[in-house]
Design a protein around this ligand. Sequence first.
Ligand code: AMP
Length: 300
Amino acid sequence: MSLLVTGSIGIDTVETPFGKRDDVIGGSAVYFSYAASFFTPVRLVGVVGDDCPKELLNVFNGRQVDTSGLEIRKGSKTFRWHGSYLKDLNEAVTVEVDLNVLAERAPKIPEPFLNSDFVFLANTHPVLQQQTLANLKSAKLVVADTMNLWIQTERAEVVKLLAKLDGLVLNDGEARLLTGQKNLIHAARDVLKMGTKFVVIKKGEHGSLLVSDRDVFVLPAFPAEKVVDPTGAGDSFAGGMMGYLATQMSLSPATLKRAMAFGTVVASYTIGDFSLGGLSSITREQIDNRWQEYKLAMSF
Ligand code: AMP
């Protein structure tokens, strides 16, 4: 099955108790694509400004990521995000965000991408997410992510988007913000009422929760000993999950749960280093080995 992703591609500045990195490659679609490409080819649709240093975009060299949907828009500026984890390694505080090109129109989807089966609308402006989705008529599974900024500033558009999705992936704070519910099961059920068939709530070091009409399922996080920079953990989780799903013949609840376990394992590598450092130093074999280790750690 073909897998298309759209979302942010940005230049990040990140501070954690382990140091600071200025102007590194980031963005939801970047982490997602890299993570998913361990499992399946990825079609990336995104936009940067003509100020984006070329070498930042070289991260996909040698990966099975088709970047023909990556637009470099003349006269526009690249999305920038400055995040800090100095207070709490589990929660990013946005120090500064410059939407720049994300406040403009959605990038054009290349003709050969229009037949994509699986679609992931990674975190970006909900209007751009909807514009992209409107062109993907043959999608069999559509899943999206969003974040507090959009829930606070573009709530009506987020709610409109939800009605068009099969699944939503978001973190615990965002689920509470979106629904006003403290209890995460209640929050997830309220999201289902807004139109999705399933919702996955990410809880950082406390793992993840899947809720659908027929299931409530929980997974712990992989017990990682090295946490340097959590940026991109959520996008990598989604990339591992969707990448694995795209290789499977069925979309059964059991397949979805296995996919979440792959997402968990991939995210555990992302947090071990800054930017894409954690993912760029591993192989698919290491992911599979850690997946077995994770499975064993949970059996009793
Ligand atoms: P995650 O840690 O998985 O939630 O994602 C971190 C990535 O999200 C960073 O690389 C940022 O560039 C990107 N990001 C931060 N804020 C936004 C936003 N408002 N819209 C889209 N992407 C964002």
